[in-house]
Design a binder for this molecule. Structure first.
Ligand code: SAH
Length: 252
């Protein structure tokens, strides 16, 4: 047994059927897999049952969990790293592509997705269990209050699917929130049709003051500007990915 530690977001999944349902979301053509936060290994077990996986790297920050995993699992395809996922160098660890899976520590799920974005050309797929509200936000279309920075940025490079909702009762200890499994698959976009660094800044600034029109919200970034464009009288949450690209082009 590993004593659950709140500050590490440890909520261990109890239900092996749900673990299988989660790992089944991962496309079988991927052979190099990284699991974030394996804990006591309920997803790990289910991943190891899949013969197509030739390399499974577990990244776990908790020493006690790592000891537990080392004493309960042994498989030539598997490697356990005791590390903070947010601080790992993915390019070094995985010279070619890697897919990510995990019942994520909810307190750092947004940071995990920002790291995915940084490494988007080496991560073709992500299957993650996260807080239900965050899953809904990421999958949300424009024109919706839940649509935000991560929705736009992730949808720029990934096709997002909300797979299923998971009840708090299948965890020990049960979290205060509902959970959901979400799948991200890299889309065909290699490069956006605009300056990508500026695009990130525009999206972040636009949602920083989401109730203002873009003309006013973007003053923080560009100061006062004279020219006009129909997009500038809209608000951040109304714009699709391609409209954000067009908006960025106005300022290049
Ligand atoms: N996959 C397990 C545990 C999920 S709880 C299960 O489904 O039962 C989240 C796990 O992430 C915990 O084991 C926690 O120790 C680990 N964790 C938390 N922060 C982490 C970080 N920064 N890097 C790697 N693992 C982390």
């Amino acid at each position: 047994m590993v004593r659950p530690k709140k500050h590490l977001g440890q909520h261990f999944l109890k239900d092996a059927n749900i673990a299988r349902k989660i790992t089944a979301c991962l496309d079988t053509k991927h052979t190099t897999v990284c699991e974030i936060g394996p804990g006591t290994g309920i997803l790990t077990q289910s991943l190891l049952e899949r013969e197509n996986i030739s390399e499974l790297t577990l990244i776990e920050i908790d020493t006690e969990s790592v000891e537990y995993l080392n004493s309960h699992f042994s498989d030539d395809r598997m490697k356990i790293l005791e590390a903070d996922f947010l601080k790992t160098n993915l390019e070094e660890l995985f010279p070619s592509d890697v897919v990510l899976i995990g019942n994520f520590p909810y307190n750092i799920s947004s940071q995990i997705f920002f790291k995915v974005l940084e490494n988007r050309n080496h991560i073709p797929e992500v299957v993650g269990m996260i807080q239900k509200e965050v899953a809904e936000r990421i999958a949300s279309p424009p024109g919706n209050k839940t649509y935000g920075i991560l929705s736009v940025l992730l949808q720029s490079w990934y096709d997002i699917e909300y797979c299923f909702t998971v009840n708090e009762t299948v965890f020990y200890p049960p979290p205060k929130v509902k959970s959901a499994v979400i799948r991200l698959r890299r889309n065909k976009t290699t490069a956006l049709d605009c300056d990508e660094n500026l695009f990130f800044k525009v999206v972040k600034t636009a949602f920083g003051q989401r109730r203002k029109t873009l003309r006013n919200a973007l003053k923080v970034l560009f100061g006062h500007f004279e020219f006009d464009h129909p997009l500038l009288s809209q608000r951040a949450e109304q714009l699709s990915v391609s409209e954000f690209v067009n908006l960025t082009k106005l300022f290049e």
